[in-house]
Design a protein around this ligand. Sequence first.
Ligand code: HEC
Length: 119
Amino acid sequence: MNFTGLMPGILLALSIITLPTIATAGDEDPVVEFTPDYLADDANLEQGKALWEKQCRHCHGSAAYPGKAPKLKPYIYKPKFVYKRVTDGFRKMPAWKDVFSQEERMAIVAYVMSSQFAP
Ligand code: HEC
């Protein structure tokens, strides 16, 4: 059997497998970075707090109907995890990428991760 003859087929199969990854890459946000300065910026915290109170508290807040959504535990999260959940949602958590700009989603993360966070 001639292995060299199989190579074009193998290469073709590989490129078909990797294609979807390349095709969806452009739909994602550019890589977000949460610097300590960004997370400590009062303007970001203020913007994030206002959005939290309007859009998140009724599910996640201390006064929300029990069992509606888990109590958030920022002390175990990394900012990028919160950003991902807010952006893409997860199961019953709604996605916000078509509702809030990247800047707004980042501000929400800054607030949730801050010492000012009051669910
Ligand atoms: C309609 C109710 C609802 C709203 C509104 C909502 N969430 Fe959620 N959220 C959920 C539910 C339910 C989960 C649990 C999803 C799962 O893990 O199955 C969740 C999960 C999360 C998680 C992950 C928690 C963990 O420990 O795994 C984060 C972070 C989060 N939400 C943040 C937010 C923020 C920030 C907002 C406002 C932009 C928001 N949520 C708005 C229902 C909601």
